[in-house]
Design a protein. Structure first.
Ligand code: FCB
Length: 440
C-alpha cells in the first residue's frame, strides 16, 4: 500500500495554446505556434489550435469539472501573446483579465493554481526579430514575467518560468519539428542559452517584487538514460546522451556551468560575464516532466553524439513511448542526489491511448494502470529521499498535441472536438477516488 500525505499535491496540468482556442480574440496576436500550424506540412492532418478545446470560453465549465474531480492543484500557462501581444511594450489588460477570472474561480473552488509563464507560445513579433536566437528576447521575457508576477503573486504561490526549454531548443531549433521550425544546431545552442538567461532574469524580477511565501521554479523534461550494455563504449555513449538530454539544462541551473558536450558545441560564443550566475539563481523547486527512458548504444556513425537510442520496445503508449515507471523513480532520485537537496514537483506525467466512447463512457484501464504505476514510482522515490511534493497528470483534457495534432488523447477528460462536449474518462473517476483516499 502506498499513501500520499495530505500536503502532497495531486493536480492536473494543461498549457494555453493546447486548450484555449480564441486565437484572434480580445487583443491576442499570433504566436510562433499559430504561424507554424498554418504553414502546410507541419502538423499531422493539417490540424491547428485555432479552436482547440475552446477553453477560453468554457473555462468556468472546466473549473467546475476539476472541482467535481476533487483536483487539488491546476498547472496552466499564461499566453504571452495575450498579455503582451507584440512581445514587448503595451500590456493587454483583457489578456490579464482572463487569467484573473480563471485564478479567482480556481481559488474559490479550493484549487491551488500553478502558473507557467512560458509554454512555447512566443509572440511572433519577437520571432521576426530573431526569436530565442536574439539575446534581447531574454529581456522581453523578463518584462513580460514581471507583469504576470506582479499581477498574480498576491494570490498565486507557485510559478514556473519555462516549460521544457529542451523541447523549445531542440525540437524548435535543431530538429524543426516544433515552432519556429528551424533546423540548425548553432541556432539551437544560442536559443538554449537565451532561454536559460530569460529564466534567470525572471527569477530576479520575482525575488525583487513577489511576496516571500510565493515560490518559483523551472520545469525540465527529464529522460532516464541507461547504457544498452555494461561495455565502456556504451556507458560513454549514454553519458554523452545524458549531457544532451538532461545536463544541458541541469548543469547551468544548479552548477552555473555548461556540460563539456555543450562547450564543444560552441555555447561559449553566447555566454557573457554574469550570465551563468544569473541562470543559477537559487530555485525554490524544480518541475520535472517525465515521459521516456532512453537505452543508448555507442554508434560511431552518429555525427552529433556518437550514440544511438534503441527503438522503444515492450508496452508502448500511442506516442510510441515505452511505459517505464522505473525511469521516473530513477530521474527523481538522480536529480535529488546530483543536484539536490531540492523540492520537486512532477509537473507532467501521463499517457496517450486511442480512447473510444462507448455509451457515453470511456473505459481507459490502460491509462489507470499507467498513472498508478507512475505514482507508485513517485512514492518509491520519496521513500528513498527525493523531496517530491506533488504530481500533476498530463492532462486534464484531451488537447492539441503540438505536431501530432488532435490524434493523441492524454486527458482524464475526453473532448469531443466537434461538439466540445467533455466526458470524464474512467481514469478521471479513478483519480478522484485516489485524491479522496490518498492511497494506491
Ligand atoms: C510535453 C509538453 C506538453 C505535452 C506533453 C505530452 O513535452 O510539455 O505540452 O504536449 O509533452
Amino acid at each position: 500500500m502506498r499513501s500520499f500525505p495530505s500536503d502532497f499535491l495531486l493536480g492536473v496540468a494543461t498549457a494555453a495554446y493546447q486548450i484555449e482556442g480564441a486565437v484572434h480574440e480580445d487583443g491576442r496576436k499570433p504566436s510562433i505556434w499559430d504561424v507554424f500550424c498554418h504553414t502546410p506540412g507541419h502538423i499531422e492532418n493539417g490540424d491547428n489550435a485555432d479552436t482547440a478545446c475552446n477553453h477560453y470560453h468554457l473555462w468556468e465549465h472546466d473549473v467546475r469539472l476539476m472541482e467535481e474531480l476533487g483536483i487539488e492543484a491546476y498547472r496552466f500557462s499564461v499566453a504571452w501573446p495575450r498579455v503582451i501581444p507584440d512581445g514587448r511594450g503595451q500590456v493587454n489588460q483583457q489578456g490579464l483579465d482572463f487569467y484573473r477570472r480563471l485564478t479567482d474561480a480556481l481559488l474559490e473552488a479550493g484549487i491551488r493554481p500553478m502558473i507557467t509563464l512560458y509554454h512555447w507560445d512566443l509572440p511572433n513579433a519577437l520571432q521576426e526579430a530573431g526569436g530565442w536566437q536574439n539575446r534581447s528576447t531574454a529581456d522581453a521575457f523578463a518584462e513580460y514575467a514581471d507583469v504576470v508576477l506582479r499581477t498574480f503573486s498576491d494570490v498565486v504561490d507557485l510559478f514556473i518560468t519555462l516549460n521544457e526549454p529542451w523541447c523549445a531548443t531542440v525540437l524548435g531549433h535543431a530538429f524543426g519539428t516544433h515552432a519556429p521550425g528551424i533546423q540548425d544546431l548553432r541556432a539551437a545552442v544560442a536559443a538554449s542559452h537565451h532561454l536559460l538567461l530569460a529564466h534567470g532574469k525572471a527569477v530576479g524580477a520575482f525575488r525583487a517584487n513577489a511576496r516571500s511565501s510565493a515560490k518559483i521554479g523551472l520545469t525540465n523534461v527529464l529522460t532516464h538514460v541507461a547504457p544498452a550494455s555494461d561495455s565502456e563504449r556504451d556507458e560513454a555513449a549514454a553519458h554523452r546522451m545524458d549531457g544532451f538530454l538532461n545536463r544541458w539544462f541541469l548543469d547551468p541551473l544548479f552548477r552555473a556551468r555548461y556540460p563539456a558536450e555543450l562547450e564543444a558545441a560552441g555555447i561559449g560564443a553566447w555566454v557573457q560575464p554574469g550570465d551563468l550566475e544569473c541562470i543559477a539563481s537559487p530555485l525554490d523547486f524544480l518541475g520535472v516532466n517525465y515521459y521516456q527512458t532512453s537505452i543508448v548504444q555507442d554508434n560511431p556513425n552518429d555525427a552529433l553524439l556518437g550514440a544511438a537510442v534503441l527503438p522503444p520496445s515492450g508496452n508502448l503508449t500511442e506516442m510510441g513511448w515505452e511505459v517505464h515507471p522505473e525511469g521516473l523513480q530513477a530521474v527523481l532520485q538522480r536529480v535529488s542526489k546530483d543536484y539536490g537537496p531540492i523540492p520537486i514537483y512532477v509537473t507532467e506525467n501521463g499517457a496517450a491511448y486511442p480512447d473510444v466512447v462507448t455509451q457515453g463512457q470511456v473505459h481507459d484501464q490502460n491509462r489507470i494502470e499507467f498513472l498508478s504505476q507512475h505514482l507508485q514510482a513517485v512514492s518509491e522515490a520519496r521513500k528513498n529521499g527525493a523531496d517530491v511534493r506533488g504530481y500533476f497528470v498530463w492532462s486534464l483534457l484531451d488537447n492539441f498535441e503540438w505536431a501530432k495534432g488532435y490524434t493523441p488523447r492524454f486527458g482524464l477528460v475526453y473532448v469531443d472536438y466537434a461538439t466540445q462536449q467533455r466526458i470524464v474518462k474512467d481514469s478521471g473517476i479513478w483519480y478522484r477516488n485516489l485524491i479522496q483516499q490518498r492511497e494506491l
